[in-house]
Design a protein around this ligand. Structure first.
Ligand code: ATP
Ligand code: GCO
Length: 163
């Protein structure tokens, strides 16, 4: 979880590979109108995110193990996902607004324009103090972040494991 550009897809892929679990890209579940809205520089609202979060919750409920990327900016969004998946844990990729804007600006072809980064921080309710959350410094290397996540995860079966 975290704002646009914090590194969810990059770390999510590394964690999925490390655990031998599938990666579910949350952005792939946005209805087309949400994508169009973000591309045109308009921030999503609670109403826009409702259907998307329902789809993500369903996806989590249908999988015994998976790594999912999802901004999950507000507490109610995280709680909706927690209800769908009792063992759900969140890795919060924490970085400053300036750092996020710089990263988002570096990838002009992406659906998310740098002008919307401020709205991500305005919406973000940090998960500090919530159970099952690991806060990490999103400016560390992916390898370092992966190590932190894997050390924090409880022992879990891997789909790569031989019986
Ligand atoms: N640990 C890192 N250190 C430096 N740069 C990183 C790191 N992780 C990701 N990046 C870079 O930051 C940019 C955003 O990364 P990524 O797409 O993984 O973020 P994201 O949170 O999935 O973004 P979005 O939700 O907007 O798709 C990319 O250019 C990526 O290469
Ligand atoms: O909740 C939101 O506002 C969205 O999920 C955004 O965070 C983007 O989809 C994502 O970060 C892609 O850039």
């Amino acid at each position: 979880m975290g704002v646009a550009g914090c590194g969810k897809s990059t770390l999510g892929q590394a964690v999925a590979d490390g655990l031998g679990w599938p990666l579910v890209e949350g952005d792939d579940f946005h209805p087309p109108r949400n994508i169009e809205k973000m591309k045109s520089g308009v921030a999503l609202t609670d109403a826009d995110r409702r259907e998307w979060l329902q789809a993500l919750a369903q996806e989590l409920a249908s999988r015994p193990h998976a790594v999912m990327t999802c901004s999950a900016l507000r507490r109610v969004y995280r709680d909706q996902l927690r209800e769908a998946s009792s063992g759900l844990r969140f890795v919060f990729l924490d970085l400053t607004e300036a750092q996020a804007r710089e990263r988002v600006a570096r990838r002009p072809a992406h659906l998310f324009p740098p002008t919307l980064v401020a709205s991500q921080f305005a919406t973000l309710e940090r998960p500090d103090g919530e159970d099952g959350v690991l806060r990490v410094d999103a400016t560390l290397s992916t390898g370092e972040l992966l190590g932190q996540v894997l050390r924090w995860m409880p022992p879990v079966p891997s789909s790569k494991a031989t019986p």
